[in-house]
Design a protein around this ligand. Sequence first.
Ligand code: ARG
Length: 282
Amino acid sequence: MPAADGAPPVRRARPRRLLMCRPTTFEVSYAINPWMDPSVPVDAARATAQWEQLYRLYLALGHSVELIEARPGLPDMVYAANGATVVDGKVLGARFRNAERAAEGEAYLDWFRERGFTEIHRPRHINEGEGDLLTCGDSILAGYGFRTAPEAHREAEEVFGRPVIGLELVDPRFYHLDTALAVLDGKEIMYHPEAFAPHSRALLRRLFPDAVLVERADAEAFGLNAMSDGYNVVLPQAARGVARQLAERGFHPIGVDLSELLKGGGSVKCCTLELRPADAAR
Ligand code: ARG
């Protein structure tokens, strides 16, 4: 929110604990979202180089980044955001909508078990992790319509003991909530209104009257698939308009090129799962 004198607020970066997955098995061999076209070749070396750049950027920004190894036959494992939801140190595993990704759920659960996480919940309903469950202040914003089932929203509420606010997605290009909305800091968000059903748009307007509204072209460039630490906002470099909007609000946008990973229908945020500790500031 801008300060009373019109100057942007002073922002503060908070180091995060992140989980990523090197794209060692990445390819586009099936199509489960409109961005994926198996007839378009993926440059594996380039995908890896682009991913490494994001990884190194996070380290340079002071975040700690842990790694999970991609399993053979799971080309979408690179999109770590979908692997689970971790809030207050509690883990809700993912359960994928599409058979092609089903085995990722167990792979990520294994990682959490091996790393000593003690409160791990095996999911009853379909949820695609932080792709659709975004922590915002004390609440969780939850997408539905394409992947995550509304029943999973109640499940998340039980597991995390936080209110879960359902938002209906209506444009298949923005099939996960993290392609249509990003949390910038506390209760500040940015989103692309047309990705949402009218009732959800009305809800977003009411809950977040000061939100950054992102234009279609920037949303199509995956400009909302961003990772904010409260000051630095890492996002696809092609989303120039949203970078300007963020700078006006006192954020520090950092553009990266993840064009190869875009061929799978994902970008910065999709490649990044935040492991939120029990004592995190909100
Ligand atoms: N190919 C993947 C899928 O369709 C991309 C997932 C992108 N991840 C995300 N958090 N939006 O499931």
